[in-house]
Design a protein around this ligand. Structure first.
Ligand code: ZN
Length: 268
């Protein structure tokens, strides 16, 4: 029985030419091929130890999905603008770390629409396409605007969020009830018409639809989340993976990203 041990971090999803997503989970030096484990019984054991994903120190509690309290308040990757791009001030020289801001905020960004159960508006750095969409479990996505930095993308997103949700409806997503027939081209057109004249200049010409297919044999009907904060060990037969969620036969779902930094062992 293979046993892997390490601190959890976001699964890496890669897409093949037909849009199929394959997942790998890194635990210490090992890369566990999660997609290959569908149909198998997995056993997770949480050691009780959480290490901050920024400084590595042990923390009793995880803040903002994986940080110790200090890093949540000071680390650039836990900046307010990560979740709320419109608040980014890197373009006027204000950030937690200038080098980090240069690499992450002062780079071309896209405003996009994704189908995650409803049509959702979002922002991502150019280099994060399609990773961002995979993490959200979107069935399809389309670009709207390309902006020179994070702040401007955030303003466009804020503007459009009056008409489109900016939340991912995880329950719909993990129960496979996403209506895949929603016409993204039509919504893109609507979104562009809603832009202010100042925002029109950022409209991106690329209107191709990115479709994604997840390795799921069976979706739960009424998904129930498991968390290592409540259960130190957990076993279940993996029935699929979507977004950052592992789906199990018995309706339980495990959000890997929520447990960033948790030290676990995985055997199967
Ligand atoms: Zn830390």
């Amino acid at each position: 029985m293979p046993v892997f041990e390490g601190n959890l971090s976001k699964m890496r999803g890669t897409v093949s030419a037909d849009g199929s997503v394959t997942y790998v989970l890194k635990l210490s030096a090992d890369e566990v091929p999660m997609s290959d484990l569908i149909g198998q019984k997995l056993n997770f054991e949480f050691s009780g130890q959480i290490n901050c994903i920024s400084c590595g120190k042990t923390t009793r509690k995880s803040f903002a999905q994986g940080f110790c309290f200090n890093c949540m308040q000071t680390a650039p990757e836990a900046s307010e603008c990560v979740l709320r791009p419109a608040l980014c001030k890197a373009h006027v020289g204000v950030s937690r770390d200038a080098d980090w801001a240069q690499m992450h905020c002062l780079q071309p960004h896209y405003v996009y629409l994704a189908n995650t159960g409803e049509i959702k508006v979002g922002v991502t750095r150019q280099s994060q396409i399609p990773v961002r969409w995979i993490d959200q479990g979107a069935s399809a996505a389309i670009k709207i605007c390309k902006t020179p930095n994070r702040h401007m993308a955030g303003l466009v997103e804020m503007h459009l969020s009056k008409h489109f949700t900016d939340k991912t409806l995880w329950k719909k997503m993990v129960s496979g009830t996403v209506d895949e027939a929603l016409d993204l081209l039509k919504f893109r057109k609507e979104a562009i018409e809603l832009l202010s004249s100042g925002m029109q200049q950022f409209v991106d010409e690329d209107d191709s639809i990115y479709s994604l297919k997840y390795p799921v044999q069976k979706y739960p009907i009424k998904p129930v989340t498991v968390t290592f904060d409540k259960e130190r060990s957990f076993s279940g037969t993996l029935s699929g993976i979507r977004g950052q969620y592992l789906l199990f036969e018995d309706e339980q779902v495990l959000n890997i990203r929520r447990h960033n930094g948790y030290r676990v062992s995985l055997s199967y």
